[in-house]
Write a protein that binds this ligand. Structure first.
Ligand SMILES: Nc1ncnc2c1ncn2[C@@H]1O[C@H](COP(=O)(O)OP(=O)(O)OP(=O)(O)O)[C@@H](O)[C@H]1O
Ligand SMILES: [Mg+2]
Length: 481
């Protein structure tokens, strides 16, 4: 079967689309020129993205007598019962999302002409119709990363230079937008309880992945009994609780909360390459932001760090380089918000806290997804996407590699600033067997992180294979002590 059709069938937006609606959308292009349903020659839809609470597709249509095709982005918010929430802090009844996105799209357009135009809003169908940009920065970054992996030394430098330039552009665009739009943005309140629930869930996920890494190492050991004994100890859930409490009892979680709860500036809160759009200009790319439904007041540099911890970025730049990029833009923020930014943390500490928060969040989201009764059936299944080449839910298009990379960066960030969150560092590293840990630490400083990443990814894969073996054949060991 044509894979495209499988996706088309999943697209619920199809159910609301008809000739009169397409005519109404096309009429928005030129208000002086009314287009009736009879004027529509052909129209078709391509699914682009199945999000947790919305689906995004591209509508292409032609008017009779006109040779050109017109294209629009359709973003449709799903009714509560159709949402696939990935995060325990998300509110399934949040009906304001559509409204916030609508208001912020209009506002952002006034602050930057490259922001996608909003052509049409249909509240009863929860539908927004936007200008089509050339694509998301996620696609661009994936292409560049692929070239980087195959490149010669000289070319590597050239690619890194280009990406460095793009990242600077994106960060500058975002800083400017956030400052200009802050007074009138439609924001969401910071939900402290939701955040703390997510944080605990994310810590649990970190525990889980560490356990799997350890299992991978045990897999190498000989002797069935010894293996089983250690498995029992590792898979005991009360041990996970102990681990979480050991970390949580200390002031470390509070420190993280203090940072994430700052109310310094308007922030996007989900500044991943996927939510950055690009347009090819004469000389360079023009960037804009999408997914504007979760803006809030937060730490001024949170978005910068969210962008820099993307696994492709950390695969091409050292942490020192990324800290330098953050530092430089943080200085701009300090000038911009003269005297209003918190002095509680140094720039280096801010980078660490924001990165740890983001990395734990990434790990937590993937775990939450895998723990669904049938993750394969979910429209957000990453490999599914990869196969059909419609887009990738996780960067790298492969959950194990993504996970290993984010785990490694977490380890690395904590290792760099081990006095800030010493318990978490100990917690995360205690699961890596001593022998491997030393090798890990030694290789943290090597020039090219990809070898290390390969090693971890390998470990992770073996770990998951082991776990499925345990789940299928040794169910009883999970529940006995
Ligand atoms: N104007 C646009 N032009 C081109 N592509 C777009 C445009 N808007 C969105 N997209 C594509 O659709 C994807 C999803 O859009 P968006 O981020 O707004 O929704 P989402 O992530 O599903 O939102 P939610 O937070 O509701 O889950 C983007 O990553 C991008 O690839
Ligand atoms: Mg998005």
């Amino acid at each position: 079967m044509d894979p495209q059709n499988t996706y088309l069938r999943k697209l619920r937006t199809l159910g609301i689309l008809n000739r009169p609606l397409v005519a109404r959308i096309l009429s928005q292009l030129d208000p002086s020129h009314f287009i009736s349903p009879d004027h529509i020659d052909v129209y078709f839809v391509t699914p682009l993205h199945f999000g947790s609470s919305s689906e995004v597709s591209e509508l292409t249509a032609r008017i009779k007598g006109d040779k050109r095709f017109y294209s629009f982005i359709l973003k449709r918010y799903l009714p509560p019962e159709q949402r696939h929430l990935m995060d325990p802090s998300q509110d399934p009844q949040d009906d304001e999302k559509h409204l916030r996105e609508h208001d912020n799209l209009l506002l952002f357009q006034t602050a930057n002409p490259h922001q996608p135009k909003l052509y049409h809003n249909d509240p009863s169908r929860r539908l927004l119709v936007l200008e089509t940009k050339d694509g998301s920065y996620d696609t661009l970054l994936s292409e560049q990363f692929l070239s980087f992996c195959k490149a010669s030394r000289n070319d590597e430098q050239r690619i890194r230079h280009q990406i460095h330039h793009d990242l600077d552009q994106i960060i500058e665009t975002a800083i400017h937008l956030m400052e200009t739009c802050a007074p009138r943005a439609h924001t969401k309140d910071f939900d402290y309880n939701g955040f703390s629930r997510t944080h605990l869930r994310n810590l649990g996920a970190a525990y889980d992945v560490c356990t799997r890494l350890t299992l991978a190492a045990i897999g190498k050991e000989r002797g069935e009994t010894r293996r089983k004994q250690r498995l029992v100890a590792l898979l005991d859930t009360s041990r996970a609780m102990q681990w979480t409490r050991k970390y949580d009892r200390k002031e470390e979680a509070e420190r993280l909360f203090d940072y994430v709860g700052l109310r310094e500036a308007l922030v996007h809160t989900d500044m991943r390459p996927e939510n950055v759009l690009f347009e090819t200009g004469d000389q360079q790319h023009h960037f804009s932001l999408c997914d504007l439904s979760d803006l809030r007041r937060g730490p001024s540099d949170l978005d910068i760090v969210s962008l820099l911890i993307d696994p492709r970025v950390t695969g091409m730049f050292s942490l020192e380089e990324l800290r330098e990029i953050h530092n430089r833009h943080y200085q701009t923020l300090q000038k911009m918000y003269a005297g209003q930014l918190s002095t509680k943390f140094t720039p280096a500490e801010r980078f660490t806290l924001a990165a740890v928060h983001g990395l734990l969040d990434d790990m937590g989201a993937v775990f939450h997804h895998l723990k669904q009764t049938n993750p394969d059936a979910s429209p957000t299944h990453a490999e599914d996407y990869h196969q059909h080449q419609i887009g990738k839910v996780v960067p790298l298009g492969n959950i194990p590699e993504y996970f290993a990379r984010q785990y490694l960066t977490l380890f690395h960030v904590l290792h760099d600033d081990s006095k800030l969150l010493p318990n978490l560092y100990r917690g995360v590293s205690e699961f890596v067997p001593a022998k491997t840990r030393q090798a890990l630490e030694e290789r943290l400083h090597q020039e090219k992180p990809s070898a290390l990443w390969q090693m971890l990814s390998h470990l992770w894969k073996r770990g998951t294979r082991w776990l499925s073996f345990v789940n299928n054949n040794h169910q009883q060991y999970l529940f006995t002590l």
